[in-house]
Design a protein around this ligand. Structure first.
Ligand SMILES: O=C(O)C(=O)C[C@]1(C(=O)O)C=C[C@@H](O)C=C1
Length: 376
């Protein structure tokens, strides 16, 4: 009869040996790091890792143990790399400073652009974020807002990036990768959608509802209870309120804010029409200046990976291993590369933190492409 305690004693002895050998190996890896710091050679050497895994696999017996040995040494080498990145940071080997730290965002005499018209939620977010008197103007599309910042006609743009009911605003994610702008701030607002009609309209008159697709989606449940209403997508919510006013047709209604209703002299036909009482939209503030404020606490990045087992896991391990808290992950298709994806990750931290530096160094070195979208 096998004795469990005896087995456990033996396992304990073997594990102690593994720890001793692991630490011995890590010591050698630190020497390797020193060599690499001196020579500027890259930490990651994929060819060396491939050869090692092949040899070590061959040393194990049976398919199960071969796979196990490969997995084990993949992890050991990943840990070795993480230690080396740490040593690079400790030796003050700085990656190129991608963003410059500032005490506070420049807010004097700035111009801010938003998409939509006055009364739009972007306008409300802008008013909330920029407390001071700022000059603002609006444009027709999100791309126009990006262009205005790139061309220097605006210092900042306010863009909706996600909503707690309808999810991400995919176009904004894609535009953020297309334009080299930095996210320097964020503002959350709680849109309170209402159904607006002409002053003499009643709910029974309505045949068509127009609004931005996000607002139509956030009020999806309410609209399902009026299946005969036609839905018309518009570029923004406030614009749809404006259209009701201009068309002067009492069979039309718009989903927009209370403020938009007041602005265009419309009547509230229904309120509380978003089934999610917690409905909130997050806006990002983007700037052409590659800056971040010194007390910034959230980092947004994106990276691209090649299709290989474990690549995403490996990227995320840099965040986990450095004790950072990931708050969001999204993926978007990469145009021109079918079935390949770009990952967007948010995590807590400041670019000056060593843990953040180590994680970003690792991700940048091991992803096909990585960019910091902002620290705010
Ligand atoms: O041999 C190296 O160049 C090392 O840095 C050591 C090591 C390892 O731990 O074995 C770690 C990272 C490299 O990608 C390859 C191998």
């Amino acid at each position: 009869m096998i004795d469990l305690q005896e087995c456990r004693n033996e396992i304990d002895k073997i594990d102690s040996d593994i720890i001793r050998l692991f630490e011995q190996r890590m010591k050698v890896c630190e020497d390797v790091a020193e060599y690499k710091i001196r020579t500027g050679k890259k930490v990651l050497d994929p060819e060396r890792e491939r050869q090692k895994l092949e040899v070590l696999r061959g040393k194990a017996h049976g398919e199960f143990n071969q796979l196990g040995a490969q997995e084990l040494f993949q992890q050991i080498m990943a840990i070795s790399r993480k230690r080396q990145y740490q040593l690079l940071t400790e030796h003050g080997i700085e990656d190129d400073e991608k963003l410059e730290m500032v005490d506070a965002l420049p807010l004097k005499d700035v111009r801010v652009v938003f998409q939509g018209v006055e009364g739009a939620y972007s306008y409300a977010a802008m008013r909330e974020y920029f407390q001071d008197d700022i000059e603002s103007f609006h444009v027709k599309t999100w791309r126009d807002a990006m262009e205005a910042v790139v061309e220097g006609r605006a210092d900042y743009a306010v863009l909706p990036i996600e909503n707690t009911t309808a999810g991400i605003v995919a176009d904004i994610y894609d535009l953020l990768t297309e334009y080299e702008l930095s996210i320097v701030g964020e503002q959350i607002i709680r849109p309170e959608h209402v159904l607006l009609g002409l002053p003499d309209a009643e709910l029974e008159d309505i045949r068509q509802v127009c609004s931005h697709p996000q607002a139509l989606s956030q009020c999806g449940k309410y609209l399902e209870s009026h299946p005969d209403w036609k839905k018309k997508e518009m570029e923004n919510t406030a614009g749809s309120a404006k259209k009701i006013k201009e068309d002067n047709d009492k069979t039309q209604a718009a989903i927009a804010s209370r403020q938009a209703g007041e602005l265009y002299g419309l009547k509230i036909l229904a309120e509380n029409i978003c089934y999610n009482g917690q409905n909130a939209t997050r806006f990002v503030i983007v700037s052409k200046k590659p800056i971040y404020v010194k007390d910034a606490h959230k980092i947004s990045i994106f990276f691209e990976l090649h299709h290989e087992s474990g690549t995403l896991y490996n990227m995320l391990s840099h965040i986990i291993y450095n004790g950072l808290n990931m708050t969001k992950i999204e993926s978007r298709p990469i145009t021109g590369k079918n079935w390949q994806y770009r990952f967007f990750v948010d995590f807590e931290g400041n670019l000056k933190d060593s843990a953040v530096k180590n994680a970003l160094r690792g991700i940048e070195a091991e992803a096909d492409r990585m960019r910091i979208l902002g620290n705010y």
